[in-house]
Design a protein around this ligand. Structure first.
Ligand code: SF4
Ligand code: SF4
Length: 374
């Protein structure tokens, strides 16, 4: 068995869904795309400290590179707790970059194996993972910008592509940089995107994406995005959930994820709204760490917005409590918005009481909420 077959065989034996190889020449198509997109959309991934344009020409950064191995990790082997689905993106729920588990060990074992073959191995987070996987022939693109397994996972998109730079020249696989969408699907993902972030097949404005707005932005969420963001509090899977290419995987009876199910109550919306800093740092942050440890208020604000969109007036009480007690104005401001969205006499009373003690942003939100209630 040659080295390529040995590596692929080991990856499959360890539980990766697929493995492919590509060369070290720049990912030209990716470079052209990223350079054609407006800086106001994509400037944040081309900074001094993190730059995907630099990653797309990884051999300039790593002159020892001779080939790229790309692995596929399936993050949807087990079912997700129903109380977290639709609120927290699936990939984050099983992210093991902080809380280490089987998936982390699997990658460690693969890297150990490669080193055991005398290879130099490096993971560089700037290397565009999806395009690498497509050039390595193991995925095809969807119009929702996600990639779908070509040979495994019933061709679903619930995967992470992991590119590993190697110092051995290995024959590249046939690229599959192409759309794999059936012609009969009339852009269901674009139609379903709640914020209009998907604006054209294969084009997405991250600044309008729920995922970006749920964790990367500062300040109170703009009014125009609050309703479209619905009850997502961290990430969004909508354009993958509606995709017919994912239905064969999602229609399976998958085993429960016991440890995750046990953690699910930590992520209930009223719990998130009212959580202490300890709860946030110990129970929430280790799973979903794009929001800093010091910024639990971003989560509380997202939970307030989601409770407003949930439409259940039982949540007037917790929102009223946070409007009165939260030390953070973005949380109080969003509670005011959520109360206005829930409506009803109890919510109105709470808002009118709040109006007498608040000023600035929160007062403005209360006024807007009362106006909206009529
Ligand atoms: S993740 Fe959600 S908001 Fe972002 S493009 Fe997909 S459907 Fe739209
Ligand atoms: S929903 Fe339709 S157009 Fe969008 S990625 Fe899936 S198959 Fe392609």
């Amino acid at each position: 068995m040659n080295l390529k077959e040995q590596i692929r065989g080991k990856a499959l034996e360890l539980g990766f869904e697929d493995a492919g190889f590509t060369g070290v020449e720049p990912l030209d198509l990716y470079i052209r795309e990223i350079e054609s997109r407006p800086p106001e959309m994509y400037g944040w991934v081309r900074t001094e400290s993190f730059n995907v344009r630099r990653g797309a020409a990884f051999a300039e950064k790593h002159p020892w590179a001779r080939s790229l191995l790309v692995l596929i990790r399936n993050y949807h082997r087990r079912a997700f707790p129903s109380s977290m689905v639709g609120r927290i993106g699936r990939c984050y729920q099983v992210d093991e970059r902080i809380e280490r588990g089987d998936e982390h060990r699997r990658l460690g074992d693969m890297i150990d194996f490669l080193k055991g073959q005398g290879l130099r191995v490096w993971f560089d987070e700037e290397v565009p993972a999806r395009m690498s996987a497509a050039r390595a022939g193991i995925v095809t693109y969807g119009k929702n910008c996600f990639v779908y397994a070509r040979n495994a996972m019933r061709h679903a998109s619930w995967l992470e592509s992991i590119p590993l730079i190697l110092d051995a020249e290995i024959e590249p696989d046939e690229p599959s940089i192409e759309l794999g969408c059936p012609s009969w699907c009339k852009n269901a993902c674009i139609a379903a995107c709640p914020t209009g972030a998907l604006y054209s097949p294969g084009k997405m404005n991250p600044k309008r994406c729920i995922a970006y707005n749920s964790y990367y932005t500062e300040g109170i969420t703009p009014l125009s995005l609050r309703e479209p963001m619905g009850i997502w509090v961290y990430g969004c899977d909508r354009c993958q959930e509606v995709c017919p290419r994912n239905q064969p995987w999602m229609n399976q009876d998958l085993p429960d994820n016991g440890p995750l199910t046990a953690r699910a109550p930590d992520f209930d919306l009223p719990v998130l709204l009212d959580m202490s800093d300890e709860h946030y740092v110990e129970r929430v942050w280790p799973k979903a760490f794009y929001i800093s440890r010091k910024n639990g208020s971003k989560w509380r604000m997202n939970a307030a917005r989601a409770l407003g969109n949930l439409g259940d007036r039982e949540h007037v009480s917790p929102l009223a409590r946070s409007l009165a007690d939260s030390p953070d104005e973005i949380v109080r401001g969003m509670c005011a918005w959520a109360l206005g969205r829930l409506g009803g006499s109890a919510a109105r009373e709470v808002l009118e009481a709040g109006r007498t003690r608040e000023e600035g942003l929160v007062r403005q939100e209360i006024d807007q909420a009362l106006d909206a209630m009529g």
